[in-house]
Design a protein around this ligand. Structure first.
Ligand code: UDX
Length: 441
């Protein structure tokens, strides 16, 4: 008989995983402790913007016309315990307030609740990003006869569905052969096809995730450090990135210089990794991550200074600044630790009249920074602007007509915080175009 799967926590990770499991043919039950989320998901809608996810849910959520009916949602732990052969724990582990460490309270609560209802013989699979050593501690919370496995997730926001259905690798930390066998069954077809399946122990599986994110963060801060040097030496970081990226050992991806990384993962993951290494007495091994973090945070201030300089080098008081982009990256409505909003907020605090526009992130941005000005379109945002900042590289912004925008602004100055606009096109339309780490031309 086919395995029955539950997914605990229905954020980006959980909602996508649940829908993907249903797509693979499993009966799936998703649980969240927030009733409003469950209500929304049960009607096939998602509480965030993630391309393709709503379509996948509509294809499978029970009660939707024409759906497979394989996917249901609940708030009941009893139901989850009685239903599941394999339980995936997908709750979040945000950064603790005022500390580097991550907050494990949601994971701990999920394991405690699950331990009270899980059937003997079931498998519990942790997917949340946790400090190394957590799996061993959490395994002890589960009743005898219930195994644990750790199976980190590498999905990117904006590509969550595709990354889940076609992962570039599957990593499972197990203690016994049965857990491995069950997970091979879960990921057999079509997900597993062509994806390397790496079997390891608990600590290595936990570390794979934090190591991967630390490496990605390092790549971005490396190229941003090169951007700083390029600025000082009048070099071009975009050309430099292109040239070093041709070396297969380096690779061309994640070498886009700009205002740096943000979001709910990379910043908090490298900080939690440092905190955990400290607890383990291995803090010296990760001191470089502190530098990665500070290079990254410095970029935001440098963008603010670039804007100040473009306005004549004095105060922002009374100056109109248009900000294109609020989310931490395109194709997402996520504004958590967004460099774009941080820059907008800093300029606003210094007296600038900031107007922000983002294709999908307006609602979340308004909630987080209610005192900033907002506009309903890029054209509205730039109206009367003394300087335009391009801070999140949405396709919509790359496709803007610089000539049309030029008619609306008070000065044709655009600062590209993502090195993503077509410099020649903007310059041809009479704009002063400046990007981070590139010559002024
Ligand atoms: C990341 C990891 O990529 C993913 O594997 C993990 O599961 C979760 O964390 P995500 O947070 O969705 O995913 O975003 P990602 O695409 O990695 O981008 C992170 C940030 O880095 C964004 O703010 C992006 O703008 C920035 N970035 C990315 C750069 O500044 N330059 C680059 O070259 C690439």
């Amino acid at each position: 008989m086919a395995l029955k799967i539950t997914v605990i926590g229905t954020g980006y990770l959980g909602a996508t995983h649940a829908a993907a499991m249903a797509e693979l043919g499993f009966e799936v039950l998703g649980l969240d402790v927030v009733p409003e989320k469950i209500e929304l998901l049960s009607s096939g809608r998602v509480p965030m913007y993630e391309p393709g996810l709503e379509e996948l849910l509509a294809k499978h959520v029970a009660g939707i016309e024409g759906s497979s009916g394989r996917l249901r949602f609940t708030t009941s732990w009893e139901e989850v315990g009685a239903f599941g052969d394999v339980h995936f724990v997908c709750v979040n582990t945000p950064q603790k307030h005022g500390e580097y460490a991550c907050d494990m309270s949601y994971v701990d609560a999920a394991f405690t609740s699950l331990a009270g209802v899980v059937r003997e013989g079931a498998l519990v699979v942790g997917k949340s990003t946790v400090p190394v050593g957590s799996a061993e501690r959490l395994a002890a919370l589960l009743p005898a006869g219930v195994e644990l496995a750790w199976n980190p997730e590498f999905l990117r926001e904006g590509f969550a569905v595709d990354d889940t259905l076609h992962p570039d690798r599957i990593v499972v930390g197990v203690r016994g052969e049965r857990a491995e066998k069950l997970l091979r069954e879960v990921y057999a077809v079509p997900v597993g096809e062509g994806s390397p399946f790496v079997v390891t122990d608990f600590p290595t599986a936990e570390l794979v995730k934090t190591a991967a994110n630390s490496f990605l963060a390092t790549k971005i801060s490396f190229i941003n450090a090169m951007a700083e040097v390029c600025e000082a030496a009048d070099g071009d970081v975009a050309k430099l990135a292109e040239a070093i990226g041709h070396d297969d050992r380096i690779g061309a991806k994640f070498l886009r210089a700009g205002i740096g990384f943000g979001g709910g993962c990379l910043p908090k993951d490298i900080r939690a990794f440092m905190a955990r290494a400290g607890e383990l007495g291995a803090d010296q091994a990760l001191t470089f991550l502190r530098e990665i973090d500070s290079i990254n945070m410095r970029r935001r201030g440098q963008m603010v200074e670039m804007a100040r300089e473009a306005l004549g080098g004095n105060s922002f008081l009374g100056r109109r600044v248009a900000v294109l982009g609020a989310t931490f990256k395109p194709d997402s409505d996520d504004v958590r630790d967004s460099p774009a909003l941080n820059v907008a907020g800093q300029i606003h605090l210094q007296g600038g009249q900031v107007t922000v526009y983002d294709p999908k992130g307006m609602e979340n941005a308004r909630r987080l920074f209610p005192t900033l000005g907002y506009a309903d379109s890029a054209l509205e945002a730039v109206r009367g602007a003394d300087v335009v900042l391009h801070l999140t590289e949405w396709r919509e912004f790359r496709e803007l007509d610089p000539a049309e925008l030029g008619e609306a602004v008070s000065a044709r100055i655009v600062l590209d915080g993502r090195n993503a606009l077509d410099a020649a096109r903007w310059r041809a339309a009479g704009w002063t175009y400046r990007a981070m780490g590139r010559p002024r031309a």
